[in-house]
Write a protein of this length. Structure first.
Length: 151
């Protein structure tokens, strides 16, 4: 869990900083349309399941190894992923860097912590497909709201 937290904080801080920086460069009306369409695109992307490679991985032997393997793997898996793009978009939309990083990191942990424990308990029988549909609905709602009500 600490590895996921560390990776998510770093990843989301970078993404949110980029989003705030871009928001200062792009005219408000262009930003509104770009963000609205980006949120809708994220809704479509959320419907596509993630795939992991079936490469053999040597198990970590110490708590420190588990932490670093988790932190690095999670960070790399999230670079350019839906959550990082959504974090950048939210930071650009709301211009509240700390709040966006805190909120997206908390949201990521709320989603990941139960999944880690459920995965540990249920193995491959844990079906989380419904999460994609909820996420897609939320992204679509944010996109429509951004296009309709603006910034």
């Amino acid at each position: 869990m600490l590895g996921i937290l560390a990776a998510t904080l770093l990843n989301h801080a970078v993404a949110a900083t980029l989003g705030v920086w871009l928001a200062g460069l792009i005219p408000t009306e262009v930003l509104r349309w770009a963000l609205g369409l980006l949120f809708i695109a994220m809704a479509v992307w959320a419907l596509i399941p993630d795939c992991l490679a079936d490469d053999a991985v040597k198990p970590a032997r110490t708590a420190a190894q588990v932490f670093w393997v988790t932190a690095v793997a999670f960070f790399l898996a999230e670079v350019g992923d839906k959550t990082q793009i959504a974090t950048a978009a939210l930071a650009a939309r709301f211009d509240a860097l700390a709040a966006v990083v805190a909120g997206t990191t908390l949201g990521m942990l709320v989603a990941d912590v139960p999944a880690v424990y459920a995965g540990r308990l249920a193995g491959r029988r844990f079906a989380a497909g419904w999460v994609r549909y909820v996420a897609a609905g939320l992204f679509a709602g944010l996109g429509v709201a951004t296009l309709v009500w603006g910034r």
